[in-house]
Design a protein around this ligand. Structure first.
Ligand code: URA
Length: 239
């Protein structure tokens, strides 16, 4: 039996957990978070670093992929691996493919402005994409590609272990929540997403590239950004 402490406040469906195939022990007493913390942050960082290198190698060794075959290089991630905030976009564009970094083109400039509007410096968050290679002609990744890369994305999220997960755009939403959802219905609400048996506080919002095409939608994004800022304050996240 796997013993897993679940906080009293975590609203988990026991049936759902059982269906995943794990035995959980629900504790009635509060979790002692201090006791559970790994006391050595540099060791923790080192482990994260090693795991990220391994994940990047795994993605690098993907074969038979139209995205990889067309791209000039892998675009893995950018930012602070210790951040409590993780942002997931769709996939690299031309500039990202040239520089090997996510969100460095026009959409990236808008993302930076959106973050600074809620007093977040870009370098303090961690940013990645669903697919790590530029799709030909910047097309949306196909469903089979989203499915293929979502395995790596979930591993990536689990390694970074953020307190807040921000999914930008329908591709990021589909990679984590499945394909039968509409972003206009799902955006702007906190969701508890289970990845590798851990709950992640998650919000879906519009992708900056979509906002560049449809500036009239920015008002909804602004609402979402304020919700994100409120949660950062409530969780006392230093950013
Ligand atoms: N759009 C994305 O989704 N990701 C990037 O890195 C750049 C543009």
């Amino acid at each position: 039996m796997i013993k897993k402490q679940i906080n009293q406040k975590d609203s988990l469906d026991i049936e759902l957990l059982n269906s995943i195939g794990y035995d959980y022990v629900f504790n009635n007493s509060p979790i002692n978070r201090l006791k559970n913390q790994i006391n050595n942050p540099s060791k923790q960082n080192e482990n994260k670093h090693e795991k990220l290198i391994k994940l990047k190698e795994e993605i690098n060794s993907i074969n038979d992929c139209k995205l990889k075959n067309n791209a000039s290089k892998i675009v893995f991630a950018d930012g602070n691996i210790q951040s409590s905030i993780m942002i997931v976009g769709e996939g690299p564009g031309q500039k990202e493919d040239e520089l090997g970094k996510p969100f460095v083109g026009d959409a990236g400039n808008l993302l930076n402005k959106m973050l600074s509007a809620i007093k977040i410096e870009r370098k303090k968050v961690y940013i990645t994409n669903v697919v790590n290679y530029r799709p030909p002609n910047n097309r949306k990744p196909e469903q089979s590609e989203i499915n293929r890369y979502s395995k790596y994305l979930k591993e990536h999220i689990s390694i970074i272990d953020p307190k807040i997960l921000i999914l930008m755009g329908s591709t990021a939403m589909e990679a984590i929540l499945g394909s039968n959802k509409r972003i206009s219905n799902e955006r702007g609400q906190w969701k508890e997403v289970i990845i590798k048996q851990k709950i992640y506080k998650t919000i879906i919002t519009f992708h900056p590239a979509y906002l560049l095409r449809k500036p009239d939608q920015k008002k909804f994004s602004w609402e979402d950004l304020k919700i994100i800022r409120k949660e950062i304050n409530q969780q006392n996240i230093e950013i």
